[in-house]
Unconditional design. Structure first.
Length: 481
């Protein structure tokens, strides 16, 4: 199990770095695009066009990492897919169709910048966020089913029959998981994109390009951050009711009791003792049921082979506390931004605000990783909660072969993500050089100044290339559309 779980954990942790941009960057790009069209703002259109290029590169990388994951489900966990695939497999089918639609729409959106009328191009981009949300719907439907399996009965041999697709998709954990995840993607993508321009601000780039590039994504993230605080409380409460043993791992509660204290960090030992951390009396019961008399289920409420061990509970607890801590810090950052904007109608001027904003993107990604660790490690030893253990689902392939596969995947992923970084840095360098060239020429003209839609400005005879240059009629003013 160790190499199979390690390989799955590595590929999931790597893929999820790309997910926020895949889910939320289309929406942020279209907000900027719509703003540019409404205001006739060339800078906003330039940003939207550049972000769409990043979106396409990110999607291409996501195709690779997502495909690896889809193969791993069948190769590493044949017991899971063989027995339960007919019950929860529809979620993956929905995700695959959404992936295909998103690929087509991204291609059309990129191609249309120079070739479609403004309104048509923008309208063709509007389905992009919906397809991203549809893909998330499929993945979260499958994961929430694994946490709270529903929609089937077991025959005499223990095989699922009488599948109810609606109940299998809309399980008790689906709503809390889905909305918590979607909002997490929105604020993470917002903080990541805004962080790039916050770094530019700290380096002295105070032009409108950087102000607008910071303001739009940061505002999106700031608006959703307090919403995420409420949704986070809702999903924790859902776990308390639907998966009490996982909740016990999240809060390292050993014995079922009332007036249970809250531990900030700390380490659970196999004998139930806790070392380190900060103990806050009765707070866990208050948070779980709004009263110190609320009874919180402990890990010892089930046999040892049906609950996370002490190490797994500690990992779950730390991941949960880090996620909550980062979320709280982001709420404070969003409040700082909101108060300054409401009082002075301008961006904060403090360098510490932009330093914090630059760190917020990385912190958000860490919070997302911690959220998945909480979800998956806290469910151990079950791969399908209370129905199938991880040991029953794992492949029979020899561990040596799995470790070799793991090493190969690590090498491939280092190459893939290294290539992704190189491409982004080259794009950034090319854009910066282009901006500096135009600035040196004393013009504010951008690729969008001449309108990326409709008829182009006439080209003078002096600037028209000759046939020897290899350009056809498209290079002339008459030939352009």
């Amino acid at each position: 199990m160790l190499p199979a779980r390690s390989l799955m954990a590595f590929t999931l942790a790597s893929h999820i770095i790309l997910v926020p941009l895949g889910v939320a960057l289309p929406l942020i790009t279209l907000i900027m695009h719509g703003y540019g069209l409404r205001r006739g703002d060339a800078t906003a259109l330039l940003l939207a066009r550049r972000w769409s290029a990043v979106m396409a590169v990110q999607f291409a990388i996501g195709v690779v990492t997502g495909t690896v994951l889809s193969f791993e489900f069948g190769l590493l966990w044949p017991g899971l897919m063989g027995r339960w695939g007919d019950v929860f497999g529809l979620g993956f089918t929905v995700e695959a169709w959404a992936f295909f639609l998103e690929a087509v729409l991204i291609a059309v959106y990129l191609y249309g910048w120079r070739r479609l009328p403004a309104r048509t191009h923008f309208l063709l981009g509007l389905p992009l966020p919906a397809t991203a949300l549809l893909g998330t719907f499929g993945v979260l439907a499958a994961n929430s089913w694994m946490n709270t399996p529903r929609g089937f009965t077991l025959d005499s041999e223990g095989k699922p029959v009488d599948v109810d697709v609606r109940k299998a998709i809309f399980t008790p954990m689906f709503g809390p998981e889905y909305w918590h995840f979607v909002v997490a993607m929105l604020l993470t993508a917002g903080y990541v994109v805004a962080g790039v321009y916050a770094v530019g601000w700290l380096r002295g780039r105070r032009d409108r390009y950087h102000r607008l590039g910071f303001t739009v994504p940061f505002t999106v993230a700031a608006v959703f951050t307090p919403v995420q605080l409420v949704l986070g409380d809702a999903i924790a409460r859902a776990v308390f009711h639907q998966q009490p043993v996982k909740f016990a791992a999240m809060e390292i509660v050993w014995n079922t009791d009332t007036h249970v204290p809250e531990y900030l960090f700390g380490r659970l030992h196999p004998d139930g003792s806790i070392s380190g951390g900060i103990k806050i009396p009765q707070l866990d019961s208050v948070l779980a049921g709004f009263s110190p008399d609320t009874e919180v289920t402990g890990l010892t409420s089930v046999p040892a082979d049906q609950r996370p061990n002490a190490a797994q509970a500690t990992i779950t607890h730390w991941a949960f506390d880090i996620m909550v801590g980062i979320g709280t810090a982001l709420v404070l950052l969003a409040l700082w931004y909101g108060i300054v904007w409401l009082r002075r109608r301008r961006l904060p001027a403090s360098p510490w605000f932009y330093r914090s904003a630059a760190c917020a993107g990385v912190a958000s990604v860490i919070a997302v990783e911690c959220g998945w660790i909480t979800t998956e490690v806290g469910r151990q030893p079950w791969i399908v909660y209370q129905n199938m253990k991880v040991a029953e689902a794992v492949t029979a392939t020899r561990s040596g072969a799995l470790w070799s596969m793991f090493a190969l995947v690590v090498v491939v992923y280092v190459f893939i993500f290294g290539s992704f970084l190189v491409v982004l840095l080259k794009m950034r360098t090319r854009w910066r050089l282009d901006d500096e060239r135009r600035s040196g020429e004393g013009t504010t003209e951008t690729p969008e100044t001449d309108t990326p839609y409709g008829p182009r400005s006439a080209v003078t005879a002096a600037s028209t290339p000759t046939a020897r240059d290899g350009d056809g009629p498209e290079s002339t003013g008459a030939g352009r559309r």
